[in-house]
Design a protein around this ligand. Structure first.
Ligand SMILES: Nc1ncnc2c1ncn2[C@@H]1O[C@H](COP(=O)(O)OP(=O)(O)OP(=O)(O)O)[C@@H](O)[C@H]1O
Ligand SMILES: [Mg+2]
Length: 271
């Protein structure tokens, strides 16, 4: 599956994508495609990966025709056995415009990774809206959303977060209907807060909640900085919940694929 995660307002996309990648039972590529820059290299990886690799290098490779050859060299290990990989994000938001022609070739390479058995999680950052029915041209990774199996908006279960998400949901629906696989690709990942139920958020936004994650600042901070959590990492609330969230996301992505797959047509009888 190829799943894009984004927010209406910084709300935990990078943490969620990283937690899902680390909790996944499958080989996974986490592609940091936030146009405002990547943070996993400096944060969770504590600078372990050199700035010589990453998304910002792919635009030049695409232009000189070497992208398919060099792509895998830009992936770095997220875990000790290299079962989970990271495409590190931009080192400077000023690099984003140069990627305009790179998203579609990048998507094709991510599809190849998927055919090779990887799940692909895309951190698509924060959506930028231009008018009531348009994503901004400044939000360059829009093609990745349109081509993904699922587009998951990460939202906190709070009134201000839901209010901020509503206009973005409208624009995403319209954009996916016009240019993507349809608004049915859209779902929510909810970060729980006291007092707001998943069913209320789903009803308020008119989008299904595909998965929920707990508010777990300690683990979220550790993921952001490469720090440690008390006790076993695998038992931290956010990581445990990410395992079931991953299952729910996989089910939703599979269902979506079946929904949009072209139906086989019977050959017309010859006369
Ligand atoms: N499940 C969670 N529980 C508690 N805190 C969280 C959770 N997820 C993320 N956070 C916290 O929320 C803040 C923003 O998280 P993160 O950087 O992942 O968001 P983002 O949407 O990627 O933001 P940006 O748009 O700046 O890239 C961080 O302080 C992070 O630790
Ligand atoms: Mg982020």
């Amino acid at each position: 599956m190829i799943v894009a995660l984004l927010s209406a307002k910084s709300s935990g996309v990078t943490t969620t994508a990283l937690a899902l990648a680390l909790a996944s039972p499958r080989a996974t590529v986490l592609a940091e495609c936030d146009p405002s820059g990547g943070t996993v290299r400096a944060g969770y990886l504590q600078g372990a990966a050199t700035a010589a690799v990453g998304l910002h290098r792919l635009a030049t490779a695409e232009r000189d025709g070497s992208l398919p050859e060099v792509f895998e060299r830009h992936l770095v290990a997220l875990d000790a056995d290299g079962y989970r990989l990271l495409l590190p994000g931009l080192t400077d938001p000023a690099q984003a415009p140069s990627l305009a022609g790179t998203w579609e070739p990048l998507h094709r390479l991510l599809r190849v990774m998927e055919e090779d058995g990887y799940d692909v999680l895309v951190d698509a950052g924060r959506a930028v809206v231009e008018s009531s029915h348009r994503l901004s041209s400044l939000y360059s990774p829009a093609p990745l959303l349109r081509l993904a199996d699922l587009v998951l908006l990460v939202v906190r279960a709070s009134a201000p977060a839901v209010a901020a998400a509503a206009p973005v949901v409208r624009v995403l629906r319209e954009d996916l209907d016009r240019h993507g696989t349809g608004a049915g690709a859209l779902g929510l990942v909810l970060i729980e807060e006291v007092g707001f139920k998943a069913s209320e958020v789903a009803a308020a936004l008119g989008v299904p909640v595909v998965a929920t994650l707990p508010d777990d600042p300690e683990t979220a901070d550790a993921l952001g900085s490469g720090g440690r959590v008390r006790g076993r990492f695998a038992l931290a609330p956010l990581i445990r919940a990410s395992r079931s969230a991953h299952e729910q996301i996989t089910i939703a992505a599979t269902r979506r694929r079946v929904q949009i797959a072209p139906r086989p047509t019977l050959e017309a009888p010859r006369v």
